[in-house]
Design a protein around this ligand. Structure first.
Ligand SMILES: *Cc1c(COP(=O)(O)O)cnc(C)c1O
Length: 488
C-alpha cells in the first residue's frame, strides 16, 4: 500500500539543531544596518528545526524515490539505460580534469586535448567516419549539427533546390523536429510488411529536392535494415546525403559501421552507447562524425596533432561555426573515453553481442504471452503490441504503470508510432538472465491480472508514492514545492 511519510515540516521540533557554526567574527549589528530595510525579510522564515540525522534521512529517503539504473532494471527502449561503471566517475573527477579552465593556454592543457583527440580517433574507428566533432551536447543537438553540415555542403555547391529530408515512419521524434528546425520539409517514408524501409516508396519519394535521408539502423523496431546498401545508392544517385541516427549503435559495435553502410554523417549518443549517465543523471554528449568531403564544414575548433603537440584549430573555412561553448561537455567525454579504453575493441564487440542476445532471450520469453507484430530475430531491442490487452481494458500505458508496482522501470510506450499500443523493450547487455526472467515473470503476472480484473490494472500504480497523475499537467505544471496553504 502507499506509504504515508511524515513531511519534514511535521518532523520539526522547536530548538532542535542540525548544524554547529563557529561564532560570527563580524559585527552582526553593523551588517544589519548595512542592508536596506526594504530588502529584509518581513516575516519569519519558519523552517522546520531538525537534527542532522533527521535531515540526512529526509534527503536520503527522497533520493530513493528516484528510479535509476543503480536501483533496478530499466528497459527503456531506444534509450539504452545500461549500467554506467563507477570508474567513469572517478576519472571524470580527477583534479587534473576538473580544475582546468577552458581559457587556459593550449600548452597547459595538453592532456585534456590529447583525451579529446584520442576519443575522436576511437569514435572514427567505431563508426567508420573520417572526422568527428565532440561539441554537440546531446543526440538531438548532434542531429541539428549534422543537418547544418549537410545544408552547408549543398549550399556551397550551389545546390539550392534541396529542401526536403526523408525519414521513415519508425523514426524517433527528434528526427522530424530537427528537420523542421533546420528549415527543411519532412517527407515520411512508409515501412513495408517486414518493418523495414519500403524501397519502392523510397524510390518514389526521392528527387532533386532531396537533401538527405535520416535513418537509424537497426531501426527503432530493433530490426536491421537489410537493404541499407541499396537505400544508400538510391539517395546518393539522387544527389542526397545519408544521415545516421546513432542511438542504436549499441547493437552493432564491432560488427558493422555506419561508414561502411554508406552513411555520410553520423551522430552518437555517448550517454547511451558509451555508458555515461543520462536523463536525470547528468548532461549528455552527441558527437557527430562525417566523411572526408564534409569535414571542412564541422564546428570549430577541432583538435589536431602535429609536431608532438595538440592544438585547437579554428581555421576551417567552410565551418558552420560553433554549436556549443568551448569544446562540448568535456566531463562526459572523459567518461566515455574511460569506457572505450576499459572495454577495448573486443569488449565493445562483446557488448553488442550480449545486448542482442539479451533482447532476443527476453523477446522469446515475452512473445509466449504478448503480441509481437514483427516476429523476427531482433537486434538490441524489440517492440510488443498491447493491442489485445487494450481491448480487455488495460493498454500499454497501464502495463507500464503496473510494472512500477513490481519494482521495474517501464519500457518505452506508444513509440515507435507504427506499432499500436507499443511496448518498446531494450534490456541492454548489463543485465543477468535472472533479472530478465524476473521481468518476464512480472509481465506475465500483469497479463494474468488483466484477464482477471483489467479495471484494477488500469487504476494503478497502487504502491508508489503518488498514483496515476495527469501526465501532461504533471510535466507542464509540476508542483514540486510543499506549501502550507494554497494561497501562500
Ligand atoms: C535518444 C534518441 C535520440 C535523441 O537523443 P538525445 O540524446 O535524447 O537528444 C534520437 N534518436 C533516437 C533513435 C534515440 O533513441
Amino acid at each position: 500500500m502507499r506509504k504515508e511519510k511524515a513531511l519534514i515540516f511535521e518532523l520539526g521540533r522547536s530548538g532542535r539543531k542540525g548544524y554547529s557554526l563557529p561564532p560570527c567574527d563580524v559585527p552582526v549589528k553593523e551588517l544589519d544596518e548595512l542592508i536596506p530595510h526594504k530588502m529584509k525579510r518581513q516575516l519569519s522564515l519558519d523552517l522546520p528545526e531538525l537534527s542532522e540525522v533527521e535531515v540526512i534521512r529526509h534527503y536520503t529517503e527522497l533520493s530513493t524515490r528516484n528510479f535509476g539504473v543503480d536501483t533496478g532494471f530499466y528497459p527503456l527502449g531506444s534509450c539504452t539505460m545500461k549500467y554506467n561503471p563507477k570508474i567513469n566517475e572517478e576519472t571524470a573527477a580527477l583534479p587534473g580534469f576538473t580544475r582546468l579552465h577552458p581559457c587556459q593556454p593550449e600548452s597547459t592543457v595538453q592532456g585534456a586535448l590529447e583525451l579529446l583527440y584520442n576519443t575522436e580517433q576511437l569514435l572514427k574507428e567505431v563508426t567508420g567516419m573520417d572526422r568527428v566533432t565532440l561539441q554537440p551536447a546531446a543526440g538531438a543537438h548532434g542531429e541539428l549539427t549534422g543537418l547544418m553540415v549537410i545544408q552547408a555542403y549543398h549550399r556551397t555547391r550551389g545546390d539550392h533546390k534541396r529542401n526536403k529530408v526523408l525519414i521513415p515512419l519508425s523514426a524517433h521524434g527528434t528526427n522530424p523536429a530537427t528537420v523542421s528546425m533546420a528549415g527543411y520539409e519532412v517527407i515520411q517514408v512508409p515501412s513495408d510488411a517486414r518493418g523495414l524501409v519500403d524501397l519502392e516508396a523510397l524510390r518514389a519519394a526521392v528527387d532533386e529536392t532531396t537533401a538527405a535521408l535520416m535513418l537509424t539502423n537497426p531501426s527503432t523496431l530493433g530490426l536491421f535494415e537489410e537493404d541499407i546498401l541499396e537505400i544508400a545508392e538510391i539517395i546518393h544517385q539522387a544527389g542526397g546525403l545519408l544521415y545516421y541516427d546513432g542511438a542504436n549503435l549499441n547493437a552493432i559495435m564491432g560488427y558493422t559501421r555506419p561508414g561502411d553502410m554508406g552513411f555520410d554523417v553520423v551522430h552518437l549518443n555517448i550517454h547511451k552507447t558509451f555508458s555515461t549517465p543520462h536523463g536525470g543523471g547528468g548532461p549528455g554528449s552527441g558527437p557527430v562524425g562525417v566523411k572526408d568531403r564534409l569535414a571542412s564544414y564541422l564546428p570549430v575548433p577541432v583538435v589536431e596533432h602535429y609536431g608532438g603537440r595538440f592544438v585547437l584549430n579554428y581555421d576551417l573555412p567552410d565551418s558552420i561555426g560553433k554549436i556549443h561553448s568551448f569544446y562540448g561537455n568535456f566531463g562526459v567525454v572523459v567518461k566515455a573515453y574511460t569506457y572505450l579504453r576499459m572495454m577495448g575493441a573486443e569488449g565493445l564487440k562483446q557488448v553488442s553481442a550480449d545486448a542482442v542476445l539479451n533482447a532476443n532471450y527476453l523477446m522469446n520469453l515475452l512473445k509466449k504471452t504478448f503480441n509481437l507484430p514483427y516476429d523476427r530475430i531482433c537486434k538490441h531491442e524489440f517492440v510488443l503490441s498491447a493491442r489485445p490487452e487494450k481491448k480487455k481494458g488495460a493498454g500499454a500505458g497501464d502495463i507500464a504503470k503496473a510494472l512500477l508496482d513490481k519494482g521495474f522501470h517501464p519500457p518505452t510506450v506508444y513509440f515507435p508510432l507504427i506499432v499500436e499500443e507499443a511496448l518498446m523493450i531494450e534490456p541492454t547487455e548489463t543485465e543477468t538472465k535472472e533479472t530478465l526472467d524476473a521481468f518476464a515473470a512480472a509481465m506475465e503476472d500483469i497479463a494474468a491480472a488483466i484477464e482477471e480484473d483489467a479495471g484494477r490494472v488500469a487504476a494503478g500504480p497502487h504502491t508508489t508514492v503518488v498514483g496515476r497523475l495527469d501526465e501532461v499537467r504533471a510535466a507542464r505544471n509540476p508542483v514540486l514545492r510543499w506549501r502550507e496553504s494554497q494561497d501562500q
